[in-house]
Ligand binder design. Sequence first.
Ligand SMILES: C[S@@+](CC[C@H](N)C(=O)[O-])C[C@H]1O[C@@H](n2cnc3c(N)ncnc32)[C@H](O)[C@@H]1O
Length: 225
Amino acid sequence: MSQMRGDYKSVWNSLSGSKVDAYMVVAGHTDEEKFHEDAEDTLDILRDTVGIKPEDTFLEIGCGVGRVGRVLAPFVKAWIGCDVSANMLGLAGRRLLGLTNTRLQEISGFDLRPIADNSVDVVYTTVVFMHLEEWDRYNYVREARRVLRPGGRFYCDNVDLASPRGWAVFEDSRRFPPGERPAQISKCSTQPELEAFLKHAGFADVRVAGRLDFWAYAWGVKPGA
Ligand SMILES: C[S@@+](CC[C@H](N)C(=O)[O-])C[C@H]1O[C@@H](n2cnc3c(N)ncnc32)[C@H](O)[C@@H]1O
């Protein structure tokens, strides 16, 4: 029987059974140098939105093989990588060897239960929301608010349905006959969707933007600092 999209743990463990499979599903290639360059781009976006400060504890939801964590950790106090897949976390552990301010945490796929309330400064999630149901995206936004300290910052992104290249992703996915859609197939968002999630979850100073005719992203601040 084919896997259900919402069975995230089993879906993502089977997609990451080998290093090559995991790299392909995370980035579409296995070139370590390009991995590093892509991660530098993600860092630039984080700098421009939530900011990166040496005293920050960062948490990534859906950290994969630590593509971002490896380049981000040297700039911050601590980096916590959370993922639903033990296979992904195993590969991340090898890539992060020697970075003593990093920690990996397996999560259920629906929440950040192992993380204490008010304990981190920045939560971000990148290249993950397209693989989740909308309700599960929103639940993570709420969980981010819970684990952030007052004044903490949150960032999320997804492919933008309203952008030209986002529409192409939608059309590509539409070509699959209903019974043959892969469980992890990308489902786009829009800037208003992400904005609504952050506002309903209680974030302040909510901002949205688009990038490269492809990405929608949103960021905000937990009130009460
Ligand atoms: C395309 S990869 C992106 C990895 C990483 N964020 C990056 O940009 O390199 C998607 C990641 O999300 C994880 N993931 C999928 N569903 C998840 C869920 N419900 N909760 C947490 N992580 C999830 C997968 O295991 C995978 O590591």
